[in-house]
Design a protein around this ligand. Structure first.
Ligand SMILES: Nc1ncnc2c1ncn2[C@@H]1O[C@H](COP(=O)(O)OP(=O)(O)OP(=O)(O)O)[C@@H](O)[C@H]1O
Length: 223
C-alpha cells in the first residue's frame, strides 16, 4: 500500500516559457510553453522525433534550451541545479538497473544516492516485486526491469516525476499500477510530466502535442 496523504505542499508553479530546442544543429521545436501547478499532470504526445524525450531532458536540467526559460516558483531551474535535481525523478528509456544488485538492493542504492529516507518494501509491493526482492537485476525480465525502475518513484519521494514512455514493456496489470501510483502522487500534491505513445489513464492531465511545434519542413532542393 502506498501513502496518498498530501506530502508535497509546494504551491510553486513549474513553468516553461517560450522554449526553443535544438539538437545536433537542427531545430526540434520552438515556442513551447506550459505551466504545471501542484497536483498537475502534463501528457506529452507527438510523432517520433518531435522532441518529447528532448523536452523531458530539458525539464530535468540535463539539456539546455537555446531559447526561453524553465522556471520553478519564478526562478530559472539552472540557478540552483542541485535543488532542481533533488526535487525530481527522471525516468528515461534506460532502466539503469544494476545487474549484480538484487531488486531490493537496487532500490536501496537509488534511495541512498538521493540521500532520502527509503520506503523500499511498499515500493516493491506496489509493483508486485516483493517475491523478486532478492533476485539480481540481471535475472529480471524486461517488464520486471521496468517495474523495478518505476518502483524507484515510490522508494524515495520526489515532487516532480518526468517519465519517458513509462509503460513500455509493462503488462496490463502493471500499467494499471503505474496509473494508480501517478494518481496517488498527484493527490499528494506531486506533479508529473509523461511522454507516451500508449494509453495511460491520467484524469485531468493537460495534453501537450509537440506535432504542432515542429519546425516547417526544409524547402525542396532545386538542382
Ligand atoms: N543526442 C542527440 N544528438 C543530436 N540529435 C538528437 C539527439 N537525440 C535526439 N536527437 C534528435 O532530436 C530530435 C528529437 O528527438 P527526441 O528523441 O526528443 O524525439 P521523441 O519525440 O522523443 O521521439 P520518439 O517518439 O521516437 O521517442 C530528433 O530529430 C532526433 O534525431
Amino acid at each position: 500500500m502506498i501513502r496518498s496523504k498530501a506530502r508535497f505542499r509546494d504551491m510553486a508553479l513549474f513553468e516553461a516559457r517560450n522554449l526553443d530546442c535544438r539538437r545536433g544543429g537542427r531545430d526540434v521545436f520552438a515556442g513551447l510553453s506550459f505551466s504545471l501547478p501542484a497536483g498537475g499532470a502534463l501528457l506529452l504526445t507527438g510523432a517520433n522525433g518531435t522532441g518529447k524525450s528532448s523536452l523531458l531532458r530539458l525539464l530535468a536540467g540535463l539539456l539546455r534550451p537555446v531559447g526561453g526559460a524553465i522556471l520553478w516558483d519564478g526562478q530559472p531551474i539552472d540557478a540552483e541545479p542541485g535543488d532542481h535535481a533533488a526535487r525530481l525523478h527522471y525516468l528515461g528509456h534506460l532502466d539503469a538497473v544494476k545487474p549484480v544488485l538484487s531488486a531490493k538492493e537496487n532500490l536501496r542504492f537509488w534511495a541512498a544516492l538521493r540521500g532520502r529516507a527509503a520506503s523500499i518494501e511498499p515500493a516493491l509491493d506496489h509493483f508486485a516485486l516483493s517475491a523478486l526482492a532478492d533476485i539480481p537485476g540481471r535475472l529480471l525480465s524486461a517488464g520486471q526491469h521496468r517495474r523495478l525502475a518505476l518502483a524507484r518513484l515510490l522508494a524515495s519521494p520526489a515532487e516532480l516525476w518526468l517519465l519517458d514512455e513509462p509503460s513500455v514493456g509493462l503488462d496490463h496489470a502493471s500499467v494499471g499500477k503505474l496509473a494508480e501510483a501517478i494518481a496517488k502522487h498527484r493527490a499528494g500534491g506531486g506533479r508529473v510530466v509523461v511522454a507516451t505513445h500508449m494509453a495511460l489513464d491520467m484524469p485531468g492531465a493537460e495534453p501537450l502535442s509537440l506535432d504542432a511545434l515542429a519546425p516547417p519542413p526544409l524547402p525542396e532542393m532545386v538542382w
